[in-house]
Write a protein that binds this ligand. Structure first.
Ligand SMILES: Cc1cc2nc3c(=O)[nH]c(=O)nc-3n(C[C@H](O)[C@H](O)[C@H](O)COP(=O)(O)OP(=O)(O)OC[C@H]3O[C@@H](n4cnc5c(N)ncnc54)[C@H](O)[C@@H]3O)c2cc1C
Length: 296
């Protein structure tokens, strides 16, 4: 099927892009990698009057470290993030998650910020943002604001992004020393969207106890599920398989997935528990081996 008619604008500067978004408001859609937008247009699920193609905006493809955070700009592609030595060294959880997105063709074009703006309930990056307590940097002609992941993802394909705003970047805290992480997911065929995915990061103190835990799931609701009560259960404890099994049980109890054509609610709940236990065990192993095992 072909998309409905739309006008097409290719701004050369951020100011020009934001001006167009202000002019057209909810009638405009930002075009980044097009990997989700074009199928939505072709299926006539969206009918914007204008596409604002941001691919020529200068400087938006940067990955920068600032004040203990990585800032990932609006035009950073999945492939660029997976291959970035900075991301692999400072945020191995993100590198591992992004490497599991779709196929190479999708990763060549798709952007991390596009994935965050699109907010597919099965997407990997929203879960990583939630697990690490990251934030989404939004900009409009009226100014800029930063929204924590937990307030940004509101439900199925629904976010706090306003009609005149674009996602300028995402910002994630780098993994502190003593951290290990794992992103595990289950899908029926390699490259498919995950049925359930788990993002886990553990940070150990000098005695080997868990100083901090970040845990979030994808595929168990409309928005990423931050497993706050399992994180609390882990904090301050000595890591062990038994502890991870208890945390996994807690997660399986607390998620409230829905059935769809891919899996029953019960199956998703089961996967949530199994993958959580395995992800925590892998994160622990990697924390004690300097995360080398987790390098993609
Ligand atoms: C076959 C296939 C398999 C895939 N598998 C996966 C997968 O396993 N996991 C996964 O997470 N994703 C998957 N995707 C989606 C892919 O990751 C997309 O690249 C991503 O979801 C959107 O990024 P994009 O840059 O292509 O955004 P686009 O398609 O250009 O835009 C998507 C939406 O976000 C908006 N948008 C984009 N950028 C911005 C911005 N900076 N500010 C404001 N709004 C913006 C657009 O207006 C649009 O509404 C798959 C896609 C395909 C076609």
């Amino acid at each position: 099927m072909k998309p409905p008619r739309f006008a097409y604008a290719v701004p050369e500067s951020l100011e020009e892009a934001l001006g167009l978004l202000r002019e057209y408001g909810g009638d405009a859609k930002v075009l980044a990698g097009g990997q989700s937008l074009m199928p939505m247009l072709n299926l006539r699920l969206l009918r914007p009057s204008v596409l604002v193609d941001i691919n020529r905006l200068p400087g938006e493809d940067r990955i920068e470290e600032e004040d203990g955070f990585l800032r990932i700009g609006a035009l950073v592609r999945h492939r660029q993030a997976v291959r970035s030595p900075l991301v692999r060294r400072r945020l191995p959880l993100l590198a591992e998650a992004v490497g599991q997105i779709g196929h190479p063709q999708i990763r060549n074009r798709g952007t991390l910020c596009g994935s965050v703006a699109h907010a597919d309930p099965a997407a990997e990056i929203p879960a990583v943002l939630a697990a690490l307590g990251g934030e989404v940097l939004l900009r409009s002609a009226a100014g800029a604001r930063s929204v924590p992941a937990e307030q940004f993802f509101l439900g199925f394909l629904t976010t706090a992004l306003g009609p005149e705003e674009m996602v300028e970047a995402i910002r994630l805290p780098v993994a502190p020393p003593g951290s290990g992480s794992a992103f595990l997911e289950f899908n029926r065929r390699a490259g498919d969207f995950a049925i359930v995915g788990v993002a886990a990061q553990l940070t150990l103190d000098e005695r080997g106890r868990i100083r901090a835990a970040g845990l979030a799931l994808t595929g168990v609701g409309g928005a990423p599920f931050r497993a706050g009560s399992a994180e609390a259960l882990l904090r301050g404890e000595a890591p062990s398989e038994a502890l991870f099994a208890r945390a996994a049980e807690r997660v399986a109890e607390e998620v409230d997935p829905e059935a769809d054509i891919y899996a029953s609610a019960e199956y998703r709940r089961h996967l949530a528990g199994v993958l959580t236990r395995r992800a925590l065990a892998a994160a622990w192993r990697r924390a004690t081996s300097g995360n080398r095992e987790g390098e993609a």
